[in-house]
Design a protein around this ligand. Structure first.
Ligand code: NAD
Length: 244
């Protein structure tokens, strides 16, 4: 156990599995009070049960009422929210010609508007405290685009711009806002990709492999902690150097 997040209350969205779950566990190891949120009750309960010092709540980032209910509950119980990790995200890939309007809208709603929803409803409490850290899940594909990901890459580019805008608006009020741009990380989202594409990615990464959820959790930990006290408005690429 470390104490890099001692006395901090951290809400993590989409934390029942993948990078969000690894981040919840890593934050708990560093003594944070972890609030695990995700869309499915059973998955939330399972993740919270495996994480020390954690509570789990159903919260859909597209549903402002569900976010508000969790925020109100956490404020009542803990009196503070120090860290928001906007991790929830989905893919619905198709080439431009084949992408349906529903695929486009759904991914925008979760990955882009979801970040807006959660941050807008949580930041007022950070403003009151004149302190806080928000870390958003972007992606390397938000920097460079990606074949078959019109909707997804647009959301991640958008998340980087939200990050930089909020870093300007909220920095003077004591709240830092940063983004992480993971490369290709071994989670269900990536394992869903065809084998030949995954092999190509491993070859193109200069470390010769996919990243792990824990490696991303460590980046979130740094940006969320006071160790990053002079880091604001960055989109930190953690990709093994895939874009070099
Ligand atoms: P994952 O699919 O393993 O987990 C995502 C979680 O988000 C799931 O538990 C899911 O239930 C939850 N979720 C989905 N819709 C939600 C909603 N509306 N409200 C709340 N929760 C919701 O994904 P992952 O690979 O761990 O990715 C986590 C984040 O990192 C995503 O934003 C993703 O875009 C980003 N990212 C992942 C990779 C990668 O290689 N895995 C690369 C770059 C960026």
């Amino acid at each position: 156990m470390g104490d890099r997040l001692k006395d901090k209350v951290a809400i993590i969205t989409g934390a029942a599995k993948g990078i969000g779950f690894a981040t919840a566990q890593r934050f708990a190891q560093e003594s944070a009070q972890v609030i695990i949120t995700d869309v499915n009750q059973e998955a939330v309960n399972g993740a919270a049960a495996q994480t020390p010092n954690a509570e789990g709540y159903v919260m859909n980032v597209t549903d402002r009422a569900s976010i508000q209910a969790v925020v109100d509950h956490v404020m009542q119980k803990h009196g503070r929210i120090d860290i928001l990790i906007n991790n929830a995200g989905i893919t619905q890939d198709a080439r431009l010609i084949k992408m349906t309007e529903a695929q486009f809208d759904t991914v925008i709603d979760v990955n882009l508007k979801g970040v807006f929803n959660c941050t807008q409803l949580i930041v007022p409490h950070m403003l009151e405290a004149v302190s806080g850290a928000v870390v958003n899940a972007a992606s390397v594909v938000g920097l460079y685009g990606n074949f078959g990901q019109t909707n997804y890459s647009a959301t991640k580019f958008g998340v980087i711009c939200l990050t930089k805008t909020w870093a300007r608006e909220l920095g003077p009020k004591g709240i830092r806002v940063n983004a992480v741009c993971p490369g290709f990380i071994a989670t269900e989202m990536v394992k869903a990709m065809p084998d030949n594409i995954l092999q190509d990615i491993e070859t193109r990464s200069w470390l010769g492999r996919l990243g792990t959820p824990v490696e991303m959790a460590n980046v979130y930990l740094f940006l969320a902690s006071d160790e990053a006290s002079y880091v604001n408005g960055v989109a930190l690429e953690a990709s093994g150097g895939i874009s070099l």
